[in-house]
Design a binder for this molecule. Structure first.
Ligand code: WT7
Length: 634
């Protein structure tokens, strides 16, 4: 796209678009979708019900998303940089990859996948650090119609195995190791541990990054560099149906193991691109830096697919914001003349704490737009970012959305619609949010709060949870029949602006990472000597939420500190370091109702340090446990 035809230009137009999107959603989305390259046009724009649920967009349309992200740009901007790769070590040279080069690398990689028998519909697990090969591997899958399942590099072998087995992946793509800040992290060794229990995997493609010694099993493991020598850089794109699966991405819920959120080719492409162009008001030639990992949806939509489909230059950063010091993001902004900077409140809060000396001396004048994502942003962090990084001249968009949404749902459009600190503000045209009370009744008017639902489909909505459609129905479409339930609480102020107040289910948001309390409890309960546990979130200055675990052990502990450390090791082993509790309190009992249900409300209050009013405890089986827990609170 040279100039972007579906970009909203002013507030009046926002309102027009919004009305049109409600009055004639099909016409609205058909207009937007017509700006992409389709091999065959669709026959029906939308077919849906939220009961089964069954949602199909652009029915009968044929396309390949990589032709939109790559091929389409070659004539006009083949020599423009598509990806800037900033390595972990600031002394190593950054790598610039043009659209033409990216196209060739994707085709080559796709041919390697083909050589190992990957065909349309097969699942490929990608477990890589933030290197260009990660984007290349993702696009290579899309090129041949394979379904990618990217697993964030911080997950444990057990988590990888669960995800591989759930999706029955045929191939795994990984690296020998990874550099993250001052640390060198094994990747292949973790995959090796996972594969002991993954019979579906036939081939492991290993990219060399750290060249740490790794085991390479004959017949299964292959060096990627070696394989790429023997294939060509030509690979025709597979013709995909708009509703064919593009990827699976696992995310946590309030119960059970993470579920595989499924996105399909046509709708996801349209939605990721539409939101990228509009929310960030992307202008041709701008350099976009999203600091998320491609292992999360933010990276899928706003490092890879959205920017590339719009012909932007997208930055992939291998390292962390605090290495070699807390000025790294500002240093990258300065050196690469970044225009759009999209990051998370947790990063802002952490960098704020290091002081302004890390910002001073950095030329941030290239910045035109700032964005925040992943968790509520507090006013202090909002203002700090806006003033010290955006120098009060850049719009700052607080973008609310979820893995299941495919792209941004509620957010200002940079410089076009109003901003309000700590508010995601207004829905994008095409998004119809509603607030509902506990009985499922819609709450009309302004100055109200309730549970946030969406009452009409948008192209980026999840289609199913992999291998378990009933779970998808139950989780998102059964609480409030006829509506998609987000799991978030929300306030709509007097002016109609939306403010997300946080999850209303048992899902935690720790440093922008979504973690289910049940998942953490299950991991803790696997530890030797643990009888039972209850996990809740509590407010944490930097992480947004911290993890507080109450644990009952079989016997009194000799060395509680050591047992704490052992339990952390178990949680790391079962889920990954991101799920490690910040606080562990050993207790003799948990506050349970007569029917055996843990009263989390009480545990949350104690974890928050607010024990003055615990509410009604008369329904508890043994109200005495509460005093004991209060006395031992951390
Ligand atoms: C949950 C989704 C796709 C974004 C990355 C996280 C919370 C996300 C905001 C925001 C307040 C936010 C919600 C949501 N959340 N963005 N701007 N303000 N809360 O995706 O892992 O699927 O998590 O993150 O609670 O439900 P995710």
């Amino acid at each position: 796209m040279s100039n972007i035809p579906f970009q909203i230009q002013n507030f009046e137009q926002y309102q027009q678009y919004y009305s049109q999107s409600v009055e004639d959603p099909e016409g609205f989305w058909a207009d937007i979708a017509s700006n992409f390259y389709w091999r065959k046009p669709w026959k029906k724009t939308l077919q849906w019900n939220f009961t089964e649920p069954d949602v199909k967009w652009f029915v009968g349309g044929k396309l390949n998303i990589t032709e939109n992200a790559l091929d389409r740009h070659l004539a006009e901007r083949g020599d423009q940089t598509a990806i800037i790769w900033e390595p972990n070590d600031p002394n190593d040279d950054a790598v610039h990859i043009t659209y033409r080069q990216l196209h060739q690398r994707v085709c080559r990689f796709a041919n390697v996948l083909k050589k190992y028998g990957v065909v349309k519909g097969d699942r490929v697990c990608i477990y890589l650090p933030m290197v260009p090969e990660l984007a290349v591997a993702v696009l290579a899958c899309a090129r041949i119609g394979a379904v990618h399942s990217v697993v964030f590099g911080g997950f444990s072998a057990q988590s990888i195995a669960d995800r591989i087995n759930d999706a029955q992946c045929k191939v795994v793509v990984t690296s020998d190791g990874a550099y993250r800040g001052a640390k060198e992290i094994p990747m292949k060794a973790v995959v090796d541990d996972a594969l002991v229990i993954c019979p579906s995997v036939e081939t492991v493609l290993v990219m060399s990054r750290t060249r740490t010694p790794v085991s390479m099993i004959k017949g299964r493991d292959r060096w990627l560099e070696q394989e790429e020598k023997y294939v060509t850089a030509e690979c025709p794109a597979e013709e995909m149906d708009a509703e064919d699966m593009l990827f699976i991405l696992y995310t946590s819920g309030s119960t059970g193991k993470p579920k595989g959120v499924v996105h399909t080719v046509g709708g996801y492409m349209v939605y990721a691109s539409y939101t990228f162009a509009n929310v960030f008001q992307y202008q041709p030639g701008e350099i976009h830096f999203c600091t998320a990992d491609i292992g999360w949806i933010t990276g899928h939509s706003y490092i890879v697919y959205g920017p590339l489909c719009c012909g932007a230059t997208s930055v992939i950063f291998e390292g962390v914001p605090t290495y070699p010091d807390a000025g790294r993001l500002w240093d990258i902004t300065d050196r690469h003349r970044i225009n759009i900077l999209y990051t998370a409140p947790t990063a802002i809060r952490s960098l704020m704490g290091f002081g302004l000396q890390y910002v001073e001396g950095k030329d941030l004048s290239s910045l035109t737009k700032l964005g925040s994502v992943g968790e509520p942003i507090n006013e202090e962090a909002w203002h700090w970012f806006k003033t010290n990084i955006g120098k009060d001249k850049c719009p700052l968009v607080d973008t609310w959305w979820q893995t299941e949404n495919g792209g941004i749902m509620i957010s200002p459009l940079a410089g076009i619609t109003p901003e309000k600190p700590s508010y995601a503000t207004l829905p994008l045209p095409g998004v119809q949010p509603v607030l509902v009370d506990e009985n499922g009744n819609e709450i009309e008017g302004n100055g109200v709060s309730g549970n946030l639902c969406i009452k009409f489909p948008w192209p980026g909505i999840l289609r199913t949870t992999y291998g378990d459609h009933e779970r998808c129905r139950q989780t998102y479409f059964s609480t409030y029949p006829g509506k998609y339930f987000t799991g978030d609480g929300c306030l709509r102020d007097e002016e109609g602006y939306y403010r997300i107040t946080g999850r209303v289910d048992d899902v935690l948001n720790v440093s922008g990472h979504r973690i289910g309390t049940a998942e953490v409890e299950n991991a803790i309960n696997m530890h030797l000597g643990v009888v039972e546990s209850a996990v809740v979130g509590y407010p944490h200055d930097i992480k947004g939420q911290g993890i507080y675990a109450y644990i009952i052990t079989e016997e009194p502990l000799n060395d509680a500190d050591l047992t704490r450390k052992d339990i952390l090791a178990t949680v790391s082993r079962i889920i990954g370091p991101i799920a490690k509790p910040d606080k562990i309190q050993f207790v003799a009992g948990l506050p349970k109702t007569r029917s055996g249900k843990i009263m989390r409300r009480i545990l949350r209050k104690i974890a928050e340090g607010d024990t003055s009013n615990l509410g009604d405890t008369s329904t508890l089986l043994d109200p005495g446990v509460v005093d004991e827990i209060k006395a031992g609170a951390l």
